[in-house]
Design a protein around this ligand. Structure first.
Ligand code: AMP
Ligand code: MG
Length: 704
């Protein structure tokens, strides 16, 4: 399931007349945020707000976007009420029953007190609803809380969130009961309107295009106050801050929170995660980098066969990072790219400590020659420091990793000591500071431990943890789509007819992209049909940061990819002086870079390693990545022409020479697997004999 694109927070109102024309508190306020943009609107009636929401949801669904919408009233009632009203525990059945009773007109006139009274009458014990304007009160709807009512006063969530009011209370400040009675039928209408495109959390699995959830802006009360703009109406701040928090939560955290809670009574989104919500509310909206320029791949006029280094330089200059940052717990951050320089929050080690098990003392209190020092009582162990001072001329038992006590600066190894219960003897001289580690000798608080662009490896997590960092800002993984084109292609393992071949590129490219840490979107095999390919590209462009295609990339009759990209995607066909490889098609499809790789698997791999890998790395925020180059003796003889670079498949012999695959035919896929890398032969003519130095590029250096 993908994340949400648009986030909406609604502050609801139970007014019985339209709200004033001038935007006012205690009315309906709606914040809508997408990317860095946020709109806050004021609605005078529930009916007007409902129309605005329906328009928004419909338009987002048309654009294939997902919307998470929070409403600030309870979606359910305490245990037993749904069952008593409907015969079922299903809270959504209760929604239906309430909507059949509630009348709520375009001018906000409504019958909520009558409905509450009628419901109360159904129960022998006092009915649960209470609170109404003076004069409206009857025996079946009292002005104050009834004694021993038929149902619990609060839902489970309200037992935790004590500030939240009971949903039975229909009147006076802060009451939320009327909003629920009037809001639930509106939500029910949205369910009827949008059918399976809409889901209600936590009652239903939150995987629809439109998901509704219950919010309680007061969870973030202090944050709301701190972020309130001059003259901003509090309700507007509330929806703005909540929508911002929702939009800044990492998608996996948001999905986890949506799935939480009591599935019969409903739940307040984000309960138990207020710290996370506050951080999300504070964090600046993720900077959505501008899309690349349409003509970014264009070559200057007159450029014909471009040597590989120039082509790479040009590609590097055309691209910039396109992904956005998110904060992640370090346990989930391996393989991710750091988005902002990381500074140590704590020195390593944080305090001076012992490097060995032994005895500590002040160096000034010993001389050279045999020493006997009385032992102080107690010891210093890791995690259990000695409290107090070790007097001059005394020693203390100290263990590896233990803080050096006050009065100690030197430690002698226990193997070098004779120990009695109350004294320790050893030979001087011992160097001052021996066997101790100084505070900050490894890393000092505030040091940059990782620069932006660094890709986190498992050992890096140890340094993050040791320096007090539990969460890092990393780039969201690049999403890359893979598409194979060709009428002749068949899925691996299927029964082949004459003229068909198996799609070899897609499994290879998809696995390679996943290994590079990207989210892979499989666009499948598509026939040489421009309309079909066009719609596959259209779909992908909504959802991904880059697209790799293979096949159809040259100028032949069936090379629809080239034609399509030329007509609709500002294709720039780069003729690169390279073997194996045909022209590399580079284009923009609705702002998404497309790398059109040759169909031939050998050429597809070579071009992917040499061009797509560094380019994707740059798009992903990790910077341009050069391959690892090793100079090794040639294990072959070859005469190479001037005018193009060659990358024959190669591997190292036991004695470290590069040998080449027996055939250079670019259809020989077995050569790709025989090989362990490529040899790089530059543009110029070369006569290579065995033993000459050549450049070997191991697959491993490409992360393959
Ligand atoms: P094309 O670039 O479409 O002209 O394809 C060049 C050669 O590569 C042709 O022999 C194709 O059949 C072959 N080819 C194209 N795509 C694939 C693929 N995904 N797997 C294996 N071979 C392919
Ligand atoms: Mg083809």
């Amino acid at each position: 399931m993908t994340g949400f694109d648009t986030f909406v927070a609604v502050d609801y109102s139970a007014r019985s007349v339209p709200s004033p024309a001038k935007p006012s508190p205690d009315s309906i306020w709606i914040a809508v945020t997408r990317g860095a943009k946020i709109d806050v609107t004021y609605h005078r009636t529930r009916s007007a707000a409902q129309c605005a929401l329906i328009d928004l949801f419909e338009s987002e669904i048309r654009k294939d976007r997902r919307v998470l919408t929070g409403f600030d009233f309870p979606f359910g009632y305490p245990k037993g009420f749904a069952q008593a009203m409907t015969g079922s525990h299903d809270p959504l059945a209760l929604w239906k029953v309430l909507s059949e009773r509630i009348e709520d007109h375009d001018d906000n006139a409504n019958n909520r007190f009558d409905v509450a009274e009628e419901i109360n009458q159904r129960f022998d014990a006092p009915g649960p609803f209470w609170g109404c304007p003076s004069g409206r009160s009857t025996t079946d709807l009292e002005g104050t809380k009834p004694r021993s009512p038929a149902f619990a006063d609060r839902r489970e969530i309200e037992e935790y969130v004590l500030r939240a009011q009971t949903c039975w209370k229909l009147f006076t400040t802060g009451s939320v009961g009327s909003q629920a009675l009037l809001g639930i039928p509106r939500l029910h209408a949205l369910r009827e309107h949008f059918g399976s495109d809409l889901a209600v959390a936590p009652f239903e699995t939150p995987d629809a295009a439109i998901v509704l959830t219950e919010i309680y802006p007061s969870l973030l009360a202090e944050e709301v106050e701190a972020l309130r703009l001059p003259d901003e109406i509090l309700d507007a701040t509330q929806v703005r801050v909540v929508a911002t928090a929702l939009s800044n939560l990492a998608p996996d955290r948001l999905n986890a929170m949506l799935a939480e809670g009591n599935k019969n009574e409903g739940w307040i989104f984000g309960f138990g995660h207020v710290g996370e919500l506050i951080r999300a509310a504070q964090s600046k909206p993720p900077l959505a980098p501008p899309r690349l320029q349409d003509n970014c791949f264009a070559l200057p006029p007159g450029v014909d066969w471009t040597p590989v280094p120039q082509a790479l330089a040009r590609l590097k200059a055309a691209l910039r990072p396109v992904t956005v940052p998110e904060a992640l717990n370090i346990s989930q951050a391996a393989g991710r790219v750091i988005a902002l320089d990381v500074h140590a929050k704590r020195s390593n080690p944080p305090t001076a400590n012992s490097a060995v098990d032994g005895f500590g003392f002040a160096h000034a209190s010993i001389t050279s020659g045999p020493q006997t020092l009385p032992l102080v009582e107690g010891r210093s162990a890791a995690g259990q420091p000695f409290v107090g001072r070790v007097p001059a001329g005394h020693a203390i038992r100290i263990l590896t990793g233990a803080a050096i006590p006050v009065g100690v600066d030197t430690v002698v190894l226990e193997e070098d000591c004779a120990v009695a219960p109350d004294a320790v003897a050893f030979h001087g001289a011992v160097k001052p500071g021996a066997n101790t580690r100084k505070a900050g000798e490894d890393v000092v608080e505030g040091d940059v431990i990782f620069p932006a662009g660094h890709c986190l490896r498992p050992p890096d997590l140890a340094l993050l943890a040791a320096t007090g960092i539990g969460e890092v800002d990393v780039f969201r993984p690049l999403r890359v789509a893979v598409l194979s084109t060709g009428d002749e292609l068949l899925e691996a393992g299927a029964t082949a007819a004459a003229g068909q071949i198996y799609d070899a590129n897609r499994p290879m490219l998809a696995a390679m992209l996943a290994g590079w840490g990207y989210d892979v979107v499989d666009l499948g095999r598509q026939p040489d049909d421009p309309e079909i390919i066009r719609s596959a590209l259209n779909r992908a462009a909504q959802d991904v940061d880059a697209i790799l295609t293979s096949g159809g990339a040259s100028a032949g009759d069936e090379d629809h990819i080239s034609r399509l990209l030329r007509d609709h995607g500002s294709l720039s066909s780069w003729r690169i002086a390279l073997k194996p490889g045909r022209p590399l098609a580079l284009a923009q499809w609705h702002g998404v870079p497309v790398f059109g790789l040759p169909g031939n698997p050998v050429a597809a791999l070579t071009c992917a390693l040499l061009f797509a890998r560094p380019a994707l790395s740059l798009l992903a925020g990790a910077g341009w990545k050069e391959p690892l180059r090793m100079t090794v003796p040639a294990g072959f003889t070859k005469s190479k022409k001037h005018g193009r670079a060659e990358y024959p498949r190669a591997r190292l012999t036991d004695d470290g020479r590069a040998e080449l695959f027996k055939s250079e035919g670019s259809g020989r896929i077995s050569g790709l697997t025989w090989a362990e890398g490529l040899v790089e032969l530059p543009f110029e003519a070369q006569d290579i004999t065995e033993g000459d130095p050549v450049t070997f590029l191991p697959y491993q250096g490409f992360g393959v």
